[in-house]
Design a protein around this ligand. Structure first.
Ligand SMILES: Cc1cc2nc3c(=O)[nH]c(=O)nc-3n(C[C@H](O)[C@H](O)[C@H](O)COP(=O)(O)O)c2cc1C
Length: 236
């Protein structure tokens, strides 16, 4: 798919370049500079490793990957990592306190990363404490010449109650991502709302949440499609 797009695009650009008297080599160079793949990174912000937020994010990323052979995905679970929030406000780390945020930030700011999907459990109608610490630490990206600008952002949330605050949690995360100059999208068609909203029925098993899983897949597909378009690559 990527090759057919490149060929079409090359014929178009080289034709224009030759008509304008420019060297076709310029069009070739532009084609060579275009990325051959884009990466979507998912960040699961539950303190519980491998539970419902991570499972929903996996379904979301699988759908992103299925959108095109040009999509690569990576899932990062913050559970088990140390993401202290204090440094976001200039507070020093405690004695012997570990900070794993730099490795997470490196994955997100990598130029190959074109999309970021944040998954948070709903905690009292909002985002989790770990998600808030993570988003506050992303302030470092703003100070680094807005290193996340123009990356595509999507948000997913899982609650134990239908209407337990999933959309409120999503909006809080989206607001923080907007501060990074990211391009925010919701779950794509046919659900097409704020983002992915899932229900944990109390068993930590979301497999039966047909609607919620559909929103997760639609979100992954939508993030992938927009990231591909921005990269000049065709969606599958
Ligand atoms: C402190 C706390 C507050 C919670 N508040 C809500 C809530 O307001 N609404 C809701 O639907 N679920 C709430 N839950 C349930 C979690 O959102 C739900 O169990 C979710 O699936 C947990 O995500 P995880 O499996 O990825 O850890 C809360 C859970 C905890 C621990």
């Amino acid at each position: 798919m990527q090759h057919s797009w490149s060929r079409r695009k090359f014929i178009g650009t080289s034709g224009t370049a030759m008509a304008a008297g420019a060297a076709p080599a310029a069009a070739l160079a532009a084609d060579a500079a275009r990325p051959s793949a884009v990466r979507i990174v998912g960040v699961a912000c539950s303190p519980r490793k491998g539970k419902t937020s991570a499972a929903a994010l996996r379904a979301c990323l699988d759908a992103a990957k299925a959108a095109s052979p040009s999509i690569e995905v990576e899932l990062i679970e913050l559970a088990g990592l140390s993401i202290p929030g204090g440094p976001a406000a200039g507070a020093p780390l405690g004695p012997g306190e570990k900070d794993d945020f730099p490795q997470v930030m490196a994955a997100l700011t990598d130029p190959r990363t074109a999309g970021i999907i944040v998954a948070t459990p709903v905690y009292f109608s909002g985002l989790s404490f770990l998600c808030k610490a993570f988003l506050d630490r992303l302030g470092a990206c703003r100070r680094n010449n807005f290193a996340l600008a123009d990356k595509v952002g999507g948000v997913l949330s899982v609650g134990a109650v239908r209407n337990g605050g999933q959309e409120l949690a999503i909006q809080a995360v989206q607001n923080a991502l907007l501060c990074q100059e990211m391009i925010i999208v919701g779950d794509g068609r046919p659900t097409a709302h704020t983002g992915a909203t899932l229900l944990n029925p109390g068993t930590d098993d979301i497999a039966g949440d047909e609607f919620g899983l559909a929103t997760a897949k639609n979100l992954g597909r939508r993030v992938a499609q927009v990231a591909l378009r921005l990269a000049g690559l065709a969606a599958g």
